[in-house]
Design a protein around this ligand. Sequence first.
Ligand code: ZN
Length: 459
Amino acid sequence: MSPLALGSNLPDLGAPDLKDYDSQTETSLGRAFSVALHEQYDLFYDPTTLSYVRHIGNKIASQTGQDRQFTFYILNDPEVNAFAGPNGVIGIHTGLILAARTEDELASVMAHEIAHVTQRHLSRTFEYQNNVSVTSIASLIAAILIGSQDVSAGIATYMGGMGLNIQQQLKNSRIHENEADYFGIKYLDKAGYNPYAMSDFFGRLEKESQLNEFKAPEILLTHPVTEERLAKAKERAYQLSKDSKRVYHKNSLKLIQLRMKLLLHIDDSYGDKHLDKNEQCYLENLKSLQSTPKKVSSFNIQCLKDATKQYPNNKLYRLLQAQVDSVINPELGHREFTYLEAIYPSDFSIPYLHALALEQNNQIDKAIELLRKATPKFHSQYLMYSELARLFSTQNETKYSYYYNALANYNIGNTSKTLYLVKQAKLLEKDKSSLFFNKLIQLENQASMDQKIAEQKLK
Ligand SMILES: [Zn+2]
């Protein structure tokens, strides 16, 4: 393919006739969107998978040159799709993770979605009218981005009523997709991934969908693969990579897909026959952990040790080894988890799984202490706070259980549930001058302030 000059094709940033919403509105919309995701959709919360996806996302996000917080969620949905919601909330469907052949391909779609955020596409897409609440807008955005079974008919009518300008949206969408490809491939390359992965992935999905008599993957409906789009993406990758002699390493996607299929009960007996011995070992030990978590004889720790030795930088083998050792030899498991926490301090799934292992071994106080120390270090603490709430409730420490549940809900933007739970905790705390009571008041104030802002209508 002959290299084309791409620089001049860079699309114009934004249509001047659309008003950008302000950052306070964006924060509120992001919170309401996250609540809608948690309440109306099925999120996939396997800590290992979530941590894997967040790691890729954060790696790409750190290359955007913008100091913006992203939050990545996995949607339990077999459709091959992904979306970028308000305030940096990005969703990846389980179907997309399973359809990718390499981590680079998965990363390429994430980079594309991240670029939608950095280019502020969503805030430039919709024009809002007065008297529409943030909550309604957020649910609507979620319905458009995710539940697009019949966008054209039902949602469009609804949108008309809500005062959203669908024509404007359609007019901008092609420009936005171009921009997301353009910047996405740049971020992908800067994050150390193969910049050709985007054209490879979309090109293959398109070919497969032509062979498939059933319907095309959702993502191709919103991201039509044209010759022109593929050529542009390849050219962009060529420009970025022509001088580099990078080697792309084998990565952990295959193991992640194995655990997803196991947890989601997706039968893949054909694929399972084609695993190498390390992958086979990972799957077998994982199955035992699922079905007979306390039966020492059901594990094969030796093959896990071999896999760890062969791939010392593959965190997933080591993490599973720590989980299995926690069953066979709790003291050793505890040491392995502590070691992993030290070398991967930004991975929330390690202290989380460590706490679960401690709980299995009836060391609840230790589990609580570990999570309380670890939680403030992370941006998305929903899983950890929920776990703390659960651990406290097993100890009949109801007021603390309410408090951590309130924090979990606050973390995903659910202010009304937060306020309800804080109120319950306050009723149980006798000492109104205690430090704990003070913390409750603080959280209550924060949550009610956020709620007031969210209740304001969009202007
Ligand atoms: Zn897009």
